[in-house]
Design a protein around this ligand. Structure first.
Ligand code: TXA
Ligand code: MG
Length: 367
């Protein structure tokens, strides 16, 4: 299949181009499109065949349900039973990067809900996404635009690398605004299933309730039960082995300069990259340390760049877990499969365990 690329302005979408993409959705095809969080891979949510194509193209396990994106609250209320108490708050905050799990009240295909009696609903705050849903005249089922388990595409070029020849169309509207997937909250229990750009503080402000971040949302353990079925799968992982460093970057840089170690790359804030650069490693700078939204926006770019760097392994630094930092650390923990170290010995141990550093005795300490 030839994949058509449609360039569409993110703020003032061209009607004819949107119409072209909407015709593909209506015809049962797949369209990769931008949202404010990340790029999504969309199909008519009521077309079972098109939705099953999403799973095929992504290599996604069939028990991992899809998010249904809508262009209005009315459209959402036709699909899910949104508790009345929450309606005013949702009216105030939507569209935004916040997805709700509610009881499903329609005959959505099993491909979308994975046979659950619930559905995930989201109204993206992106003019192109909203126009596309409106013009298609149907809610669009849209998981993130990545091959299953791989870092999510946050621009059209990354989506093209994953899906060239596998989807009918990719809309190129430049980078997604936030760079991380939406926050997911189960409206039945007010449990946070996935942290995202809509923070816990903002949830509290909007709903008068504060969800508990919990272990699953922090990304620090695999969910035993499939509460957000996606949380039980490894996620967002580059092919290159990635280790999470929890400690002082000056210390790490100093101790790594003193030994011979295979080629590696460091992913972190601009400031930390400067410090680590002195070890001779490659660096992927995500943004200024004091600007967590910049770090969030750079994260998937950094993870995707790691795989092009052709190095033995990657090290990523940790960030404060407040505000959007909770979502940043959730994705980092998953991307590094919770392989965390605190000092050089910890790192060497993990490299050996992973067959990346077989001969411990060849470590030549220069001191
Ligand atoms: O920002 C986003 O939400 C992006 C953009 C494209 O909209 N989409 C996205 O979709 O991140 P996806 O499929 O990558 O993540 C959806 C998550 C999965 O972890 C899935 O398990 C969960 O939502 N989910 C979907 N339906 C659910 C349900 N009924 N109950 C619990 N979790 C559900
Ligand atoms: Mg995803």
């Amino acid at each position: 299949m030839k994949t058509k690329i449609l360039k569409i302005d993110p703020i003032e979408p061209n009607k004819a181009a949107i119409g072209e993409a909407a015709d593909i959705i209506k015809g049962g095809g797949l369209v990769v499109f931008p949202t404010e969080s990340v790029y999504g891979i969309g199909a008519d949510a009521f077309n079972a065949k098109a939705c099953s194509d999403i799973f095929k193209v992504k290599g996604r396990p069939s028990d991992n349900p899809l998010i249904v994106t809508v262009a209005s609250l009315d459209q959402a209320m036709e699909i899910g039973d949104i508790p009345g108490d929450y309606l005013d708050s949702i009216k105030r905050v939507w569209p935004c990067p916040l997805t709700f799990i509610v009881k499903n009240i329609t005959d959505l295909p099993e491909e979308v809900t994975a046979g659950l009696d619930t559905v995930a609903l989201r109204m993206p705050a992106h003019p192109v996404a909203l126009e596309l849903i409106r013009e298609s005249g149907t809610p669009i089922a849209a998981p993130s635009a990545n091959l299953s388990k791989k870092p999510t595409a946050v621009n059209a070029q990354q989506a093209l690398r994953y899906f060239d020849g596998k989807v009918d169309c990719i809309i190129d509207s430049g980078p997604a605004f936030f760079g991380l997937e939406s926050t997911i909250i189960d409206l039945r229990t007010f449990q946070l299933l996935r942290p995202g750009p809509f923070t816990i503080d903002e949830l509290e402000k909007a709903f008068g309730k504060r969800p508990d971040p919990g272990d699953v949302a922090r990304g620090s353990r695999q969910a035993d039960v499939a509460i957000a079925p996606g949380t039980k799968y490894a996620h967002y992982a580059p092919d290159t082995k990635l280790f999470l460093y929890e400690g002082d970057v000056e210390d790490l840089s100093k101790s790594m300069r003193a030994i011979e170690i295979p080629q590696f790359a460091f992913i972190g804030s601009n400031e930390s990259c400067q410090v680590m650069h002195m070890t001779g490693c490659q660096t992927m700078a995500l943004g200024k340390r004091g600007r967590p939204y910049e770090i969030a926006k750079g994260l998937y770019d950094g993870l995707i760049a790691l795989d092009s760097a052709k190095v033995g392994f990657g090290i990523i630094e940790s960030f404060a877990e407040d505000g959007i930092g909770l979502a940043i650390m959730n994705r980092i923990r998953k991307a590094s499969s919770n392989n965390t170290f605190r000092g050089l010995d910890g790192l060497l141990g993990m490299l050996q365990e992973n067959g990346l550093y077989l001969d411990a005795h060849s470590v030549s300490r220069s001191e």
